[in-house]
Structures are given as C-alpha cells and as structure tokens.
Design a protein around this ligand. Structure first.
Ligand code: PMV
Length: 337
C-alpha cells in the first residue's frame, strides 16, 4: 500500500558550467550538458499528500496559495500518477528558507523535493536516475539537485529524454568548497529562465557558438574537479558564467539579469583573487545574486568583503550538501510544510 503522504527536503544547486537553451521544450531537454554543485545551507521542504477527498491539486508555497505555479507541478505529478496507475489529486505544501524565483535556483530544489516526496507517497521506488528525469520535466536544473556534491547533467541523445539525466561526480566531502551568496535583490525575476532561453535561442547571434563550446567546457571542468584544481575550475567556471550572460545580453530584446550591485560584486571577487591571492571565483545565474565559490579557508574574508558592497542585502555562506531525500516530518520539524 502506498503511504500517499511523504515529505522531502532538497537544496538548490549552482551550475559551474551552465546550460542556457533547450533542444526540446515539450520534454524540457537541455541543448547542452552542465556541471553543478549542490548547496547545503538553503533548503526547500515539500510535503505531498494524495487523497481521495481532494477535488483538484493544490499548492501552498511559503504558507500562501500559489495557483500560478500549479500547472508545472500538476504536469510533473501527472507523469508520476501515470507511472503509478492512479488518479488521486494531491495537496503540495512547500517552504523555502531563501528568496523564491530570484536567481537562487528555487525551482531546482522545488522540483527535486517534489519528485522525491511524490515517488515515496505513491510507493513507486524509482531509481535516482529516473527521479532525475522526472525532476527535469519540471525544471532542467532540478535534475541535478537530486544528487549532492558535484553533479554532471547529460544533454542526452535519445528523443524521449531518458538519458538527459544527472549523475554524481564527487561527494561533498571529497572536495568541500564553500559558497558565499551575495543577495542583491529579493524581487522575483522579470523573465523566467524558460522564456529567456527560448528568446536567446531565437535571437542571439552568439547562441550557436555558445552551445558549440559546451563540450570542451564540460571536459575542462570535469578534469579540474578530478584534480581538485581550484584555479583551473575558477577559470572555466567564470568563463562559462560570463559567456552565458553574453548570450543573454545579446538576445533581442536584451536579457539583463544583473543590477549595479551584481557588477560591483563581480569586480570585487576578481580583485580579491588577482591582487590578494584569495581562492574565489564568481558565478551568476538568471538573476542578480552573485555566488562566490571559495576554498573554505577564504570564505569568511570573501563574505566580509561582499557585505560591504552597497546594494548587497544579505550574505549567506554555505558548504556543499547532499541530494534530495525523504525526511520524517515528526523528527525533522524545521520549516512549516
Ligand atoms: O532549468 P532552469 O529553468 O532551472 O534554468 C537554469 C538556468 C541557469 O541557472 C541560468 C543555468 C544552469 O545551468 O543552472
């Protein structure tokens, strides 16, 4: 008997080699692979409860009804319901302890937690690879948050997307980097990553060069991770991030996810590395927040410096964390879900 009720926790991940563009929008298949690190400190907690008493799916996000986000949730639940051969509706209650939809990858942790909780509630017992595939249907980056530490997402070749899944490269303890997140805005972003990617694919003159450069970037990052070579990882990761933003900026109309404080933080991180030998590099996603990836011994210094930048609202420091997992809500009472 399926328990029909389960709670899972997942953390966002930050891509070091980015993906920006899809090869199939219906199946949500990425145009390129990507490499990420799963964070520890920022948590999404999601409870999924299927019941014959419900007349429709519902979503509560951070304590408030969020009907505008429900269609994507229902689409992923429909895939899992079809797999389980059942049609019950579900109540989904999710809480984030960090800003939602502002470039902190809340959709990654959201869909990873959703599939892990729904899989358990329905008693499916899917493999991590299949959980990653279902998470990808909600959000491309969510496929990576199923796993902890360093993770590589494959572009996949099959038309059905069954090989467009993530896989772990290194566990968090095998190279325990620290990430300092400088929050420069808590507003939700104006253009979703899905819409932004399609705009870039259709209009950016740099898009073809960007996707063509991905395989070499992935190989370079993979090798740097294997050697635990921070300087090499810094070089390829900053290049991947700034090149992605060049694609965004060269879209028509331009996608400008940065604000003034974002740019100041990028200068500061580079200045600290180049003039003071601090082991840190920056990466920015589809939002204005800056993530400084650091060797742990440098993180406090980077956090102190970022806190001084005008326009930085909050600075959070986190290590690398595990993948999405079930929790017992009676034992783990953090969060409100
Ligand atoms: O798949 P989405 O919608 O979560 O988009 C992720 C896009 C970036 O964060 C900008 C890059 C990436 O690889 O995570």
């Amino acid at each position: 008997m399926a328990p029909l009720d389960a709670t899972a926790v997942a953390q966002p991940n930050i891509a070091l080699v980015k993906y920006w563009g899809k090869r199939d929008t219906a199946l949500n298949l990425p145009a390129t692979g990507s490499i990420s690190i799963t964070l520890d400190g920022l948590r999404t907690r999601t409870r999924v409860r299927f019941s014959p008493d419900l007349g429709a799916d519902s979503l509560t996000l951070n304590g408030a009804a969020a009907p505008e986000k429900l269609p994507r949730i229902t689409a992923v639940l429909d895939l899992l319901r079809a797999r389980a051969g059942m049609t019950l509706f579900a109540e989904v209650r999710s809480t984030n302890d960090f800003p939602t939809g502002a470039g902190l990858a809340s959709s990654a942790s959201a869909f990873a937690a959703l599939v892990v909780a729904a899989d358990a509630a329905l008693g499916l017992g899917l493999s991590p690879e299949r959980l990653s595939e279902f998470a990808r249907r909600g959000s491309g980056s969510a496929a990576r948050s199923v796993f902890g530490g360093f993770v590589e997402m494959s572009r996949g070749e099959r038309p059905d997307g069954s090989d467009a899944v993530a896989a772990p490269l290194l566990a968090p303890a095998e190279w325990p980097l620290t990430v300092v997140v400088a929050v420069t805005s808590d507003a939700a972003k104006a253009t979703s990553s899905g819409a932004g990617m399609e705009l870039s694919r259709r209009t950016s003159p740099l898009y073809a060069a960007w996707t063509a450069s991905s395989a070499a970037a992935l190989a370079e990052a993979r090798a740097a991770i294997e050697r635990r070579d921070f300087a090499a990882l810094a070089d390829i990761s900053e290049h991947s991030s700034t090149t992605m933003h060049a694609v965004m900026l060269s879209s028509r109309p331009a996608l400008i996810y940065w604000n003034g404080a974002t740019v100041e933080c990028l200068h500061l991180i580079r200045y600290m590395r180049e003039t003071s030998g601090v082991a840190t590099f920056s990466t920015v996603d589809a939002g204005p927040q800056v993530k400084a990836v650091c060797l742990p011994e440098n993180a406090a210094r980077v956090a102190d410096a970022l806190r001084q930048v005008p326009g930085v609202l909050d600075v959070r420091t986190t290590g690398l964390g595990p993948g999405a997992r079930l929790i017992d809500p009676l034992i783990d009472t953090g969060g409100a879900a």
